[in-house]
Write a protein that binds this ligand. Structure first.
Ligand SMILES: [Zn+2]
Length: 159
């Protein structure tokens, strides 16, 4: 049986913060605001995995009211969720995601992000896809006020 989950997240773009996407730090004049490292892409992937596994959402597992997760490396949170999913007798089939971001351009960083995500997910790179779309000047993405990410994950019972 295949189980599919969806994940969505968004964070505000602000000065004096790092921009970390899928575990890759990108040099840019602004970064994302949040309790953890605000890795919007990692958060969307986590929610997609939790959704597919029927395990709730990221806020239940890593509440942003807890000091333990302040400044947390979201790729470590992702690794913990992967471990949980696998321990539950499931294996990840594939993950696809889309970043909604006006700036900076994802192109130069896409391969590194894909590789980093594949590593954290324990998947061959061909099973992980990373896309980007701009806001065409519309909405909070288009106004460069924030970045959003969508992810879909498919799981199957481990054979
Ligand atoms: Zn988030």
């Amino acid at each position: 049986m295949i189980r599919t989950g969806i994940g969505y997240d968004s964070h505000r773009m602000v000065a004096d913060r790092r921009l970390v996407l899928g575990g890759v730090e990108i040099a840019y004049e602004k970064g994302l605001e949040g309790h953890s490292d605000a890795d919007v892409l990692a958060h969307a992937v986590i929610d997609a995995l939790l959704g597919a596994a029927g395990l709730g959402d990221i806020g239940e597992h890593f509440p942003d009211t807890e000091d333990a997760w302040r400044g947390a490396d979201s790729m470590q949170l992702l690794a913990a969720i992967v471990t949980m999913v696998v321990a539950g007798g499931l294996e990840i089939v594939n993950v696809d995601c889309t970043l909604l971001m006006e700036e900076p351009q994802l192109g130069p960083h896409r391969a590194a992000i894909r590789e980093r995500l594949a590593q954290a997910l324990g998947l061959h790179i061909g099973r992980v896809n990373v896309k980007a779309s701009t806001g065409e000047g519309l909405g909070f993405v288009g106004r460069r006020e924030g970045v959003a990410a969508l992810a879909v994950a498919s799981l199957q019972d481990a054979g």
